[in-house]
Ligand binder design. Structure first.
Ligand code: SF4
Length: 412
């Protein structure tokens, strides 16, 4: 059975979704799913082979081994599962949430010795930053990166900053010329860059609050790495397209004139999520034609025309709560990752809940966490080893924590 693909659906974005991840982990790129056409930087981590006793085990054998190892580890272990993770993994999770909720769960459980983070690399880094030194954070498959986070590397960001500060100069009043803001979906190195340079982190639920925080301190913002979250948030705050030039990291001045950068309010990094980029206004129009009473809710990583055509926009937690507040017979067309949408439909059979995109196309990188990897890391922990530990270098972690703490303090 293909990952995250319901039995009655046969249309998938990639026939390789039926392939187990260890057959593709050492290939270049992100593998099957929404990010399959994105270019992975050469520094993207790869996962080495794991013993055949895991890759050749049946589903029921893996289930028995995971359950036994989890019971042996008891309170020493917490398994964290992202909303977009496949159900075969989520069923073992002690906490299910978005990336920030899960990092907070790590912070709130100092008694745990190990967190197995069933999400992607930047999420495990954030959990490592917020957890304590004696705790370890483990990513079951090192190939589970994030194509959006990889679209802004620290070298590109530092180069952009140098060019921008040359053009914008230094301020002669209390307002900085430029404040760096990064979405949670970025590397620890970029969060640390923001911490060092008077900047801040945001999530998809507090991006407007964070931009207000930034404009109290500076004249402009550079927003990493998701152009859509940045654009949707700035538009909702009244900014115009002309005030939001796009920074393309391979072009001088990001492909802009000096005057465009001087006139900018929010400089948008040219990154995107390939899951959310798939949603279109045509899909929304079709949902409205098919169902009179449909409510369309989408994630702010979707392109601006999609957000503007929807009835509601918000984080995965917003989407989850909007559906929980629904009543029998309600119809929701949802613009976010398929695993979350299918789980919401399974939890609410009294409503009709479907993904706007009729083609099943999960997040390529979440797909990499398979029960075989989970069994492997849990049994290694039982044996006293710490496999696939995600460890952020202390000075980077300290600077990143500054930017994260600013976000927490900026909460309305
Ligand atoms: S859904 Fe998009 S932003 Fe989230 S992990 Fe996958 S590629 Fe990255």
């Amino acid at each position: 059975m293909a990952v995250g693909v319901p039995a009655d659906i046969t249309t998938t974005c990639d026939s390789q979704l039926t392939t187990e991840p260890w057959h593709i982990d050492r290939q270049q790129g992100y593998g099957p799913g929404a990010s399959t056409d994105d270019v992975a930087p050469p520094t993207t981590p790869h996962q080495g082979p794991i013993p055949p006793e895991y890759t050749q085990a049946s589903e029921s054998e893996l289930d028995a081994r995971i359950t036994a190892a989890k019971a042996t580890l008891g309170d020493r272990l917490k398994i964290l599962g992202h909303f977009y993770q496949r159900d075969e993994i989520v069923k073992y999770a002690d906490f299910v949430g978005d990336s920030f909720m899960l990092a907070q769960a790590a912070k709130d459980h100092p008694e745990a010795e190990a967190f197995v983070f069933c999400g992607v690399h930047f999420m495990a880094e954030t959990a490592d930053i917020l957890s304590q030194n004696h705790q370890s954070v483990i990513l079951p498959n090192l190939a589970a990166g994030c194509s959006m986070a990889d679209m802004a590397t620290i070298d590109q960001v530092e180069e952009a900053w140098e060019q921008l500060t040359t053009v914008l100069g230094t301020s002669d009043d209390d307002q900085a010329e430029l404040i760096p803001v990064t979405y949670m979906n970025s590397s620890a190195a970029i969060k640390a860059f923001c911490g060092r340079n008077g900047g801040i982190v945001c999530t998809s639920s507090n991006a407007a609050t964070v931009l207000e925080w930034a404009f109290e301190r500076g004249k402009r913002v550079i927003f990493f790495p998701d152009q859509h979250l940045g654009r949707n948030t700035a538009k909702a705050m009244g900014m115009t397209e002309e005030q939001m030039p796009l920074w393309r990291p391979y072009l001088p001045l990001g492909g802009n004139t000096q005057q465009q950068l001087i006139d900018a309010k929010v400089i948008l990094w040219n990154g995107f999520c390939s899951v959310h980029k798939r949603f279109t206004v045509a899909q929304i129009n079709k949902a409205r034609a098919d169902f009179d009473n449909v409510q369309v809710i989408v994630h702010p990583e979707c392109p601006a025309p999609v957000v503007e055509a929807a009835d509601g926009v918000g984080s995965t937690e917003y989407i989850r709560k909007a559906i929980e507040a629904g009543k029998p017979g309600d119809v929701f067309a949802v613009g976010t990752e398929i695993n979350l949408v299918n789980r919401l439909q399974a939890q609410h059979p009294e409503m009709t809940i479907f993904c706007l995109d009729p083609v099943v196309c999960p997040c390529s990188t979440m797909y990499r966490i398979h029960p075989a990897y989970l069994a492997w890391v849990l049994e290694a922990l039982v044996a006293g080893q710490i496999p696939n530990q995600i460890s952020v270098e202390p000075t980077v972690a300290a600077d990143a924590e500054v930017a994260l703490e600013r976000m927490l303090a900026a909460r309305p």
